[in-house]
Design a binder for this molecule. Structure first.
Ligand SMILES: NC(=O)c1ccc[n+]([C@@H]2O[C@H](COP(=O)([O-])OP(=O)(O)OC[C@H]3O[C@@H](n4cnc5c(N)ncnc54)[C@H](OP(=O)(O)O)[C@@H]3O)[C@@H](O)[C@H]2O)c1
Length: 229
């Protein structure tokens, strides 16, 4: 599958590596490919500087957002949440209309002493993207786990934990479900339309607190349920 991953951070790197390993044709998107390839800073402990990642994955082309997405069957949006709409607006309209779009973004701002939500409580980035691009088939997923777990669910409890899907287009969600299965995700719960992205996006507050208190990004939930007797 021709796959464009817009974002060169931890998420872009982890997902690009997995898509390549599974035999997909991958292009990464960046505002400034040359600057990205020269970047030696490590944003978080345990992260890889993009320069180092790119040296180890030299076959993966890095292009500006619009060219990276040209002709793509799948676009993964993995940029800072505050710039998600702007980044997708740089993709040509026919590419946006054709591709299935996985939205991994979160709006949580953790730069201050307490987390803040960039979209407020009555909205989500998934909905903002869908409103901005009504023709696009946006599927919100993977945003509730840390980058290391996205592409390797087996790294926690042998993969016995839950991932969520939100989106208006059932065919697009079926495509994404298949991709997630190929990554090793067995428990993928379809929450419903794109408005259900609010829950998973808000959950990031609890995720951040859990990951901080447990001192590991390898943390997730397993949804248990039973019919009411
Ligand atoms: N890290 C995680 O474990 C994790 C888990 C779940 C969800 N997420 C979400 O996934 C997304 C990516 O996270 P990340 O940690 O990989 O990296 P990040 O630091 O949140 O984002 C890096 C990317 O954002 C792009 N970007 C920054 N400012 C921009 C602007 N003004 N306009 C357009 N693009 C801009 C950068 O582009 P350049 O390449 O041009 O610098 C870079 O590709 C975020 O929305 C994050 O909330 C992250």
């Amino acid at each position: 599958m021709k796959t464009a991953i817009l974002g060169t951070g931890m998420v872009g790197q982890a997902l690009a590596g997995k898509f390549v390993a599974l035999g997909h044709e991958v292009t990464l998107g960046s505002r400034d490919p040359e600057a990205a390839i020269a970047r030696t800073d490590v944003p978080w402990p345990g992260a890889t500087a993009f320069a180092d990642w790119h040296r180890a994955n030299a076959d993966v082309d890095v292009q500006v957002f619009s060219s990276a997405a040209t002709g793509a069957d799948l676009i993964v949006l993995a940029v800072q949440g505050a710039h998600a709409v702007e980044a997708l607006s740089q993709v040509a309209e026919d590419d946006r209309a054709r591709a299935v779009i996985i939205d991994v973004t979160n709006a949580m701002d953790i730069s201050g002493s307490a987390p803040r939500f960039g979209v407020g409580l009555d909205d989500s980035l998934g909905e903002q993207l869908q409103r901005a691009f009504p023709e696009a088939r946006i599927v919100k997923t993977l945003n509730t786990v840390g980058a290391p777990l996205m592409a390797a669910p087996e790294a926690l409890a042998d993969g016995d934990h839950t991932l969520f899907l939100s989106g208006k287009d059932d065919e697009a969600k079926a495509v994404v479900r298949e991709i997630l299965h190929s990554f090793g995700w067995e428990h993928v719960h379809d929450l419903g339309g794109i408005e259900t992205a609010r829950g998973p996006e808000l959950y990031m507050n609890l995720f951040g607190t859990l990951a901080g208190s447990l001192a590991t990004p390898l943390v997730n939930v397993r949804v248990m349920h039973a019919p009411l007797a």
